[in-house]
Design a binder for this molecule. Sequence first.
Ligand code: ZN
Length: 88
Amino acid sequence: MPSPDDWRRQGQERYLKRVALGWRKYIPYRKGWDHDHCAFCGAKFMESADQDILTEGYATDDNYRWVCRQCFEDFRDEFEWKVTNKTG
Ligand SMILES: [Zn+2]
């Protein structure tokens, strides 16, 4: 588990504790948006991407919050996420 002072912590437990997350291709939350960021490390998600940009990740049911694979693995025990599918 990441340490209590891990740089990625920014109070995410207020909105991401015990939420349902599903692995999926990146889908913009709203028409007109073209990217999003991992809620923890800030990694960028886009629909089609160059290197260093993610096209898949764990998202809340409404596609509003995105979490990259690495942060998901690091914080999953602590945040007690309910994984709705797992194909990645
Ligand atoms: Zn991340």
